[in-house]
Design a protein around this ligand. Structure first.
Ligand code: ADP
Length: 488
């Protein structure tokens, strides 16, 4: 039997991306297709989504819902992989400026609850026959935006629809989609769903809790994060519920789409290079990056790179406290990011204080992100918490050694260049244990120390580039989760 899966999500690369979620939703379905699964995606009809799909055609009229006017279901194809994408066409909800969640002034849209309820509801409608030509066996909801999908499936089942299995994947427990209780009435769900045994969360409606409560299985994006979220320290108030579901939770590491993130095929970097011979190609990328960012052109300066959302999660305040330690040792720092105004200002101040050694670009720039991953010697991901993290995986592929905090997916994917790991041929980067200045500075000093030992440095770069985090392993692990729901 061909397993049919419908992914419900708010973002999908290359159509629309604000973070790692988009990379996952862009790469997992084609990897699943390779294994013989019929994996499709449903997305809100944001302008960028409509513009990026080929062969868009109407599938069904879904009637009026959530005050969005007449909602239509359309279907198109995302080339080059050929993934089928359903689009929820509700222009009053989705045809707006700004990013998918916020207006141009960075304020969340006031009707986000209804905008994303419509996504979950449409996924459940597709699962119960809205497309006469296709029906999924499993609805796979991603993050709070799609968190109501399992709740609608349960509600439809109550009204006589057949059971359709659901999986909820948590990409980041910190984003929960909570809304005032007064909004519950607008969600078209049975009244008793607003309960502790349901989607109520401390007097609010929580979309993520709905997904965690009503889905048949829960996955998250690394084994360590799967354990962490069941603890009070990292459970963001949901650890109690997650503990009751411990046997339904699986941690599956995200993968890397090596057709996009590989220095041997990357068209957007200054010079391609391979693991067998990174030397001169990687140096050219470094020189091009130094030039582009206005840094001193010095191949010997250890270049630290950051590509990140500028939010508290990412630990960049800690990095700012360590900038003098980088610069005093002759190192350089380049940062690409956007987000929290205080962090943006902090970054700009650091660049002004250290001209030629620290350079910052505020904004979201896909091409520059590749240049930084390729041109840096070290890529820093000092996150307070990190469900999986993709940039450290990209960094490994480009032989740019990741420097990370030992937490979540970072702990699962990077091995520190300690003496014992070097001796046992395990080291792939730098890992610090305590989230404080001493911790990060210790790792920075290890990076300088390793750079001074040319042979060891080269060996670690080679080992980093040899790591395989391809999507196939993740696709197989998800297939096992599906199998557990559908039986042999
Ligand atoms: P998160 O999803 O929490 O933002 P991940 O590490 O999982 O973190 O994924 C981040 C993704 O977003 C990566 O593909 C990274 O390259 C990209 N990214 C983050 N900030 C920027 C930016 N300012 N410009 C371009 N790409 C960015």
């Amino acid at each position: 039997m061909t397993v049919c899966v419908l992914h419900a999500a708010a973002e999908m690369f290359p159509l629309l991306k604000t973070g790692g979620l988009a990379d996952v939703v862009g790469a997992l379905p084609p990897a699943q297709s390779q294994l013989g699964t019929d994996a499709r995606v449903v997305l809100p009809g944001f302008p960028a989504v409509l513009a990026g799909l080929a062969d868009l055609e109407p599938v069904a009229d879904l009637g009026g819902a959530f005050g969005a006017g007449n909602v239509r279901l359309e279907r198109g194809v995302l080339k080059p992989h050929g993934v089928t994408v359903y689009v929820v066409r509700a222009d009053p909800f989705y045809d707006r400026p700004g990013n998918p969640y916020m207006d141009a002034a960075n304020h969340p849209y006031a009707d986000n609850d209804r905008r994303f309820a419509l996504l979950g509801w449409t996924a459940a409608r597709i699962a119960t026959g809205a497309d006469p030509a296709w029906k999924p066996h499993i609805v796979h909801a991603h993050d709070w935006h799609a968190g109501l999908a399992p709740a609608y499936l349960r509600a439809f089942e109550r009204s006589g629809a057949p059971h359709v299995a659901s999986v909820m994947t948590v990409h980041n427990l910190a984003y929960q989609g909570t809304f005032p209780a007064s909004e519950f009435g607008a969600l078209q769900l049975p009244g008793d769903f607003y309960a502790m045994e349901g989607l109520e969360f401390y007097g609010h409606v929580s979309f993520l809790k709905a997904g965690l409560y009503y889905a048949d299985r829960i996955t998250t994006v690394s084994p360590t994060y799967a354990r962490e979220i069941q603890t009070q320290a990292h459970g963001a108030g949901l650890h109690g519920l997650l503990q009751t579901r411990t046997h339904d939770i699986t941690g599956i590491l995200n993968g890397v789409d090596y057709s996009i993130w590989s220095p041997s095929v990357d068209e957007s970097i200054a010079s391609k290079y391979t693991a067998a011979k990174p030397g001169s190609g990687k140096s050219k990328c470094k020189a091009a990056l130094q030039e582009r960012m206005g840094l001193a052109k010095d191949d010997d300066a250890l270049l630290f790179g950051v590509v990140s959302r500028l939010t508290e999660q990412k630990g960049l305040d800690l990095l700012l406290s360590a900038v003098p330690d980088i610069v005093q040792r002759g190192g350089q720092l380049v940062v690409l990011g956007t987000g929290d105004p205080a962090l943006e200002t902090g970054m700009k101040n650091a660049a002004a204080a250290h001209p030629g050694a620290v350079a910052v670009e505020l904004g979201f720039d896909e091409t520059l992100s590749h240049s930084i991953i390729a041109g840096s010697d070290i890529v820093m991901v000092p996150s307070r918490f990190e469900p999986c993290g993709l940039t450290q995986l990209y960094a490994l592929a480009y032989g740019s050694l990741p420097l990370v905090h030992r937490v979540g997916g970072l702990a699962d994917t990077v091995a520190d260049s300690s003496l014992e790991n070097l001796a046992d041929d395990l080291a792939t980067g730098f890992v610090f244990d305590t989230f404080d200045r001493a911790g990060i500075v210790g790792a920075i000093r290890r990076a300088f120390a390793l750079k001074a030992r040319r042979t060891d440095w080269k060996a670690v770069v080679k080992r980093a580039m040899g790591q395989n985090f391809g999507w196939e392993a993740a696709a197989l692990a998800y297939a096992e989760v599906y199998q557990g729901l559908l039986g042999p």
